[in-house]
Ligand binder design. Structure first.
Ligand code: ZN
Length: 414
């Protein structure tokens, strides 16, 4: 069996063991996820290697090389409920294959595989939990009171898995102790870009920065029959006008290969009566870009647009920040190596940013990082329909294994 076929066979086996007809069921900290990790432990044992768990619940496998300089390859085994067969698992199985290729002949540098715990945040709402702890940026007090839908506390779910909430950050010094020279992650794109250009594989330039705000427009509720339109203070119309202008702002700042996005995902109107002019309207605004300068201009433009729309409709607007993360551009040299690997395997090397966050984003401040994306059928992910057609998947796995080899050679000589 070829390496890429072996990766696909492992993925199919995992899907059969931990999925249902509705999709993957490897919800972090739950029984099916533990079963997936147990199965994976067996795969690792077949190579004569062992799995070690850090204080944040991340699983590590080490293949010692001639040098302590280390190339880390990984992703995550957890999934959302009814998730896809490739999200996270593709990166972990490809990492396993990268180690398998070196078992028996000591590699020039040390190779480590990592399976980060709870990348998805699907149960407790905090994504990148394990990698955030390893990166030392998880604020334990922010997650202390999190509960799942059944009312189970995060701390209790962690304890069932041998993880102590208050000791999770101990994973950080153990990561810092590694002489890490590269972190490589293969992931399904989860979007429609590669499919739209019919390319198997993409070079990821970095993860988008995110600016997330709630905008509250306050006017005056009034009777819909008796209040002439010019005399209204309609908060919804101001919000709607802002939403349309934000789309224009995103379109204006999008360039080929450097797209940006914005989304109004929540709209709350008061008093929400068919016969009343809305007196209050709240909308969420989520803006994302890879270039920090572009992102800050987008926020500034959106703010100006909201103030204009408020003035036009005789209402007030207030902004409240929900969440923010800086863009994480990937390492220039590793992006180059990734381009070489993808071009050699597929004849072309399309570059694209990542809209979703990944564990790689948490590693980026600590070490050189690059990601590679696989074609995503219909751009779908986090659902049972998630897929990469076999010919695209095989090419992408080969390109990724090439990237690992190139990185090992690069790190060995630098
Ligand atoms: Zn993922």
């Amino acid at each position: 069996m070829s390496p890429e076929q072996r990766v696909i066979a492992d993925l199919r086996e995992l899907a059969a063991r931990t999925g249902t007809p509705d999709g993957a069921q490897r919800l972090a900290w739950g029984p099916v996820w533990r079963e997936a990790r147990e199965w994976f432990r067996g795969k690792v044992a077949e190579l004569g290697l062992t799995v070690e768990t850090d204080p944040a619940g991340n699983n590590w496998v080490t293949l010692a090389g001639d040098s302590p300089k280390t190339v880390i390859v990984g992703s995550h085994l957890d999934s959302v409920p009814n998730g896809g067969w490739l999200d996270g698992a593709l990166g972990v199985m490809a990492a396993l294959e990268a180690l398998r290729m070196h078992v028996g002949a000591r590699p020039p540098v040390t190779l480590k595989l990592v399976d980060f715990a709870d990348e998805e945040g699907a149960r407790f709402g905090r994504s990148l939990l394990g990698s955030g702890a390893a990166a030392g940026v998880l604020n334990i007090d922010d997650v202390r009171d999190l509960k799942d839908r059944q009312g189970t506390r995060l701390a209790d779910a962690l304890a069932e898995n041998g993880v102590t909430l208050d000791r999770m950050l101990d994973a950080h010094p153990s990561l810092k102790a590694i002489d890490a020279r590269a972190y490589l992650e293969l992931h399904i794109e989860q979007g429609p870009v590669l499919e739209s250009i019919n390319k198997s594989t993409g070079v990821v330039l970095g993860t988008f920065g995110v600016e997330r705000h709630m905008l509250r427009f306050t006017g005056q509720a009034a009777h819909s029959g008796s209040t002439p339109i010019p005399m209204r203070r309609d908060a919804f119309l101001a919000a709607a006008q802002t939403a349309l202008e934000c789309r224009e702002i995103a379109t204006r700042h999008s360039k080929p290969g450097a797209g940006v996005v914005c989304t109004v995902g929540v709209v709350n109107v008061e008093p929400k009566i068919v016969t009343a002019v809305p007196g209050v309207c709240e909308i969420s605004l989520d803006q994302r870009a890879l270039d920090p300068a572009v992102l800050s201009v987008m926020v500034r433009d959106a703010r100006a647009a909201s103030e204009r729309a408020a003035a036009d409709n005789h209402v007030n607007v207030e902004w409240r920040k929900l969440w923010q993360i800086d863009p994480r551009p990937f390492d220039r040299r590793l992006v180059q190596l990734c381009e070489e690997a993808v071009r050699e395997e597929t004849g072309d090397a399309p570059r694209l940013p990542s809209g979703p966050l990944h564990d790689a984003a948490e590693m980026a401040p600590l070490m050189p990082v690059v990601m590679m994306f696989a074609y995503s059928s219909n751009g779908l992910s986090h659902c049972k329909e998630e897929n990469t057609p076999p010919e695209h998947l095989e090419k992408t796995i080969r390109a990724f294994l090439r990237l690992v080899e190139k990185t090992v050679a690069h790190v060995a000589t630098s």
